[in-house]
Design a protein around this ligand. Structure first.
Ligand code: M6R
Length: 622
């Protein structure tokens, strides 16, 4: 979603800003802009579309400012136009701001300003610039307040009016040395360099300049200059915050020879899963080791119910988690889309013996944060499964297990999903073991098969790539797809359909195979590809019957089946074989062909695979 970068220091600011904005491209955006000083005046440069448009315009300007702010915008209030792009400038052009988040009461606030304040954009952000100026002009007249305090007081007064979430970065036209910022419920961090300082919403933007950063806390105000930074807490008291040293992995933002990040990330999956398994399982006794999970055996035995909260792909992982938790730990489990959960009334049905698991790749998803905040009021035991270290959700949870799959750049989630599945699998096994549900024999059989999964994933990638490329060429012109699965592979149908929608813009629907005859069967004719996950399981025969039903309506039957299945060819038009494994582990393998299929179809259609239209990597607004 929106991205922020601010810079003050020894370098030419617009170059640093453009470089940083490019690193933020993966988050999804539809316009971009920067603001720097030229001839002692604040100037704005904004463009719709890709950053390259902005970069091309700036190349001819010969700018020399050593201070500036920049933004990538993902439209919420107002279309992606130049006027709506950030930065936004105040009424008399004294103050310029970039903003992530949403100001919910911007319409009401507009009415409070004098009529002379003209609004140029349709955004909720512009009000911030005008309000700041309104207060700053008043404060400027007061001889008893120091200039620096005037900036901070104007910010404090403005912020006290705002409802919603925000990370705001500000420059004042009468101050070419400092950048100001404030945050609430939207990430913002300070980067500390040598003779230079940065401010950003995502560390990726500044990692090529510095690995030293400070995560700001809600209510923090900051001031940065070339050699100095100051942080004030929500009460205005100057404060210190811990400096983090990031591990710079240059591989993260490189495609390493792959055409797209998504393709690279699909290929990384076997290694990631192997790393997770080997760090969490003690190979001497096969026991699972969750050092960070602060739950006693008694706590675990007392769990009455598990509630999983997540959005998008993480929600699909949660749906699979339900099967695993109910099967391996025999605890009832429900899974909720976070945006739905947050507005339901739960007080009556949630008690302290519920165990809440929130799942999020980014740890910044607004709906997941809000639903987690809601449920935490009821004080259940809780766990966060997350990829991004120190993200907002990880700070709210009592227990955190990191998926550690590395930065996921492709907007369509792939490696984050399989790593979430692997963690959920281990958590379920761990709970089952602690509750004495799994005897040694079954437990060891499962672990033994789990250890083979990375190699099976590798084999799957090798064997199915050409098959999916062929399917992609064959089906890329279709308008619609139906994905079917049953039991633990029903969420895989949902996830496969989501991948196709996201990156190829083809309509795709995931459905429980047995439910097809209750409606979607009406859609099936010779133009409808029906992709069914029919790997070996206790419902295989049932799924095969569903394939027959769809075939009888002339659907084009694409089937994911287990190697060695000799009869599937009789009922399928196209078959993709995957290695045999336990049903409870099959989703982690079965998703791979569906990721590839979406990829190859999108490639054939010439889509922007890593940055699909309208999508954002982390959805930080409601
Ligand atoms: O960062 P999160 O896991 O909380 O994100 C949730 C969804 O926004 C995300 O999974 C989204 O659906 C992806 N684009 C899926 O590929």
């Amino acid at each position: 979603m929106c991205g922020i970068i601010g810079y003050v220091g020894k370098r030419i600011a617009d170059r640093v800003l453009i470089d940083g904005l490019k690193k933020l491209e993966y988050r999804g955006y539809d316009s971009a802009g920067i603001s720097v000083f030229r001839d002692n005046k604040i100037e704005l440069f904004r463009k719709v579309g890709k950053i390259i448009n902005l970069e091309t315009e700036l190349a001819e300007k010969g700018l020399n400012s050593r201070i500036g702010i920049g933004h990538t915008r993902w439209a919420t209030h107002g279309k992606p136009t130049e006027k709506n792009a950030h930065p936004h400038i105040s009424h008399s052009k004294k103050i310029v701001v970039v903003h992530n988040g949403i100001i919910e009461n911007y319409q009401q606030l507009k009415k409070k300003l004098p009529a002379s304040y003209k609004f140029i954009s349709e955004t909720d952000t512009e009000i911030i610039a005008h309000l700041l100026e309104y207060y700053y002009i008043k404060l400027k007249k007061d001889k008893n307040i120091s200039t620096q305090n005037k900036y901070l007081l104007a910010m404090q007064k403005t912020i006290s009016q705002l409802k919603g979430s925000f990370a705001i970065v500000i420059m004042f036209s009468d101050n070419q040395k400092e950048i100001f910022a404030v945050k609430k419920d939207s990430p913002l961090l300070l980067g500390i360099g040598i003779n230079e300082m940065f401010i950003t919403s995502d560390i990726t933007a500044i990692l090529s300049y510095t690995n030293r950063s400070i995560n700001l806390e809600d209510g923090d105000f900051i001031v940065i200059s070339k050699n100095k930074y100051k942080i004030f807490d929500k009460d205005g008291k100057e404060t210190n915050r811990k400096i983090n040293i990031a591990q710079i992995d240059t591989n993260v933002t490189e495609k390493s020879g792959y055409k797209h990040f998504m393709l690279k990330e699909i290929h990384e999956q076997p290694q990631i899963i192997e790393d997770i398994i080997l760090t969490k399982i003690n190979r001497e006794n096969n026991e699972i080791n969750f050092r960070d999970l602060n739950l006693s055996k008694k706590d675990i035995n007392n769990i009455s119910r598990v509630i999983i909260l997540a959005c998008g792909t993480s929600y699909h992982a949660g749906l699979i988690g339900k099967f695993l938790i109910e099967d391996l730990a025999q605890i009832p489990c429900e899974v909720d889309v976070a945006s739905e959960f947050r507005y339901r009334s739960h007080n009556r049905v949630i008690d302290k013996d519920c165990f809440v698991i929130a799942i999020s790749q980014s740890g910044e998803t607004a709906d997941t944060i809000a639903s987690f905040n809601e449920i935490k009021k009821l004080k259940p035991k809780n766990l966060m499964i997350c990829n991004v270290i120190n993200s907002t959700l990880t700070k709210k949870a009592d227990n955190v297990i990191y998926t550690r799959c590395g930065t996921e750049i492709g907007v369509a989630s792939t490696k984050a999903f399989t790593s979430q599945l692997c963690i959920l699998f281990l958590v379920s096994l761990f709970l089952g073991r602690q509750r004495n549900i799994l005897n040694d024999k079954r437990y060891n059989e499962i672990i033994c098969e789990l250890l083979k999964i990375p190699q099976k994933m590798k084999n799957t990638i090798d064997s199915i790539t050409p098959v999916m490329e062929y399917w992609g060429k064959h089906f890329y012109q279709k308008n619609s797809f139906l994905y079917l699965g049953r039991n633990i592979n029903y969420p895989i149908a949902l996830e496969g359909a989501l991948k196709l929608k996201e990156i190829s813009y083809i309509h795709a629907e995931g459905y429980p195979a047995g439910e097809m005859k209750h409606g979607p069967i009406a859609l099936i004719d010779e133009n409808m590809p029906v992709l069914t996950i029919a790997t070996e399981s206790n419902v295989y025969e049932k799924v095969a019957s569903n394939v027959e039903e769809a075939r009888a309506r002339n659907g084009k039957m694409l089937v994911i089946a287990t190697e060695g299945n000799k009869i599937i060819k009789n009922i399928a038009d196209f078959v993709c074989f995957v290695p045999k494994t336990l049903d409870i582990l099959s989703p982690i393998i079965n998703i791979i062909p569906l990721q590839f299929l979406a990829y190859f179809i999108a490639e054939m259609r010439g889509c922007d695979i890593d940055q699909p239209r309208n999508l954002a990597k982390s959805v930080t607004v409601e």
